[in-house]
Design a protein around this ligand. Structure first.
Ligand code: SF4
Ligand code: SF4
Length: 388
């Protein structure tokens, strides 16, 4: 299969993949359950893993709070590209008589006991882990953050995977001496909810490799920070791109964090919208009216291939201030006199008094809007709620 594998990899590159590798199913069986491709394709013998790099300049403008939407749009464009690469590979493999599955990129989790839907989930184990596949296929290694790090792009990549019954030639994994993570801990220092320990480590074994990575807080902690329910750092001097914050500190215990996350998810208007991205992520990614709302991912975006840039990126993050909502739906760097207004969604929103006093705020013009922003804006436009 050497030449067939080579052809498939060049084909994936011709479709837009920046990095491509192959892992055998056998090498993945020593990993956590989400490393096993047979969950989605019982006949799987191989996994084709591929990565597309994010635009580093756009990402830098995102973390320095110069520009929010360009990075959201870049992520949406890359998600579309990843789906198309996977579709093309699946079509090719099926035309040659093999079974093949293009693994969904996001929001597909294994069922959890006692969770009726995603709002009640607390573990968020994916059906299949793109990160573990990429590690096994020699695309990268897991960094201290637990993110997949490549030598060429650092962590600034998005991943896709195709599972197939074809037995392809596997690539070697990246040896320890070429490990891209130097444990600089910048990923820990730019997480507003302190998800990633700076000191305590744990280990994960996949594809015969045991990675030493940071001990993390429960997954619901990242869910709260990354979804934008609480974007403010503990120093209160910087945040991610979320204009929301809790009016209390995050609980420490897993049980309390899980309960908080569930209550925020239940109150989140996104979850009541028909056809939200948890119902069908792929469909939303290709919907021209859907806004790819992303406010965090700082642990990944800080992680450039070279240490000097990572240190500089951290400075950009912690010196770029906090974020406020505008009544036209944009997120902007908060002015000094920005105030905190309680909302009916279990969160406070940051907004400038000048914005609140606008009699005729412009309606946002760009397509789509994050449902939480939309409903908070509706709420604030009622004079009684905004203090007018
Ligand atoms: S930021 Fe530093 S410690 Fe964190 S994953 Fe990247 S290289 Fe490793
Ligand atoms: S995505 Fe954001 S909240 Fe989640 S671990 Fe990374 S920096 Fe922290």
């Amino acid at each position: 299969m050497a030449s067939a594998t080579k052809k498939l990899k060049s084909f994936a590159k011709s479709c837009g993949a920046d990095l491509v590798g192959v892992a055998s199913r056998a090498i993945l069986t020593d990993g956590p359950p989400s490393a096993d491709p047979r969950y989605l394709l019982p006949s799987a013998n191989s996994v084709i893993s591929y990565a597309v790099s994010l635009d580093a300049d756009i990402a830098r403008d995102f973390i320095s709070k110069k520009e929010w939407r360009a990075h959201c749009d870049d992520r949406k464009k890359i998600a579309q590209k990843l789906y198309r690469i996977g579709d093309a590979l699946v079509e090719k493999l099926r035309s040659e008589g093999y079974e093949a599955v293009n693994v969904d990129l996001n929001n597909n989790y294994r069922p959890e006991d006692n969770a009726a839907d995603v709002t009640e989930m607390t573990e968020f184990h994916p059906e299949f882990s793109h990160r573990y596949a990429a590690l096994a296929a020699g695309i990268g290694r897991l960094g201290w953050s637990g993110n997949l790090l490549t030598r060429k792009y650092g962590a600034l990549v998005e991943l896709g995977s195709v599972l197939t019954s074809a037995t392809l030639d596997a690539d070697p994994t990246i040896p320890d001496e070429d490990h891209p993570c130097d444990k600089c801990r910048m990923c820990s220092l730019v997480c507003p909810v302190q998800m990633i320990s700076t000191k305590v480590s744990t280990q994960v074994t996949v594809a015969g490799i045991t990675e030493t990575i940071a001990q993390k807080r429960p997954n619901t902690c990242c869910w709260i920070g990354c979804s934008g329910y609480h974007g403010l750092s503990t120093s209160r001097s910087w945040s991610n791109w979320s204009p929301y914050q809790l009016d209390h500190t995050l609980p420490v215990e897993k049980e309390a964090l899980d309960a908080l996350c569930i209550s925020l998810q239940k109150a989140d208007p996104q979850m009541q919208d028909a056809g939200n991205s948890f119902e069908n992520y792929r469909q939303m990614v290709f919907d021209p009216h859907w806004f790819y709302y992303t406010v965090c991912g700082f642990c990944r975006t800080v992680c450039s291939p070279d240490r000097k840039t990572r240190l500089a990126n951290r400075k950009l993050i912690i010196n770029s201030g906090t974020v406020a909502l505008k009544l036209d739906g944009t997120h902007v760097v908060a002015e000094e006199n920005a105030c905190e207004v309680p909302t009916p969604f279990g969160l406070n929103v940051i907004i400038s008094p000048k914005e609140l006093s606008k009699k005729d705020p412009k309606i946002q013009k760009w397509p789509g809007q994050f449902p939480l922003d939309r409903d908070v804006i509706k709420y604030l436009r009622q004079p009684f709620n905004s203090g007018q």
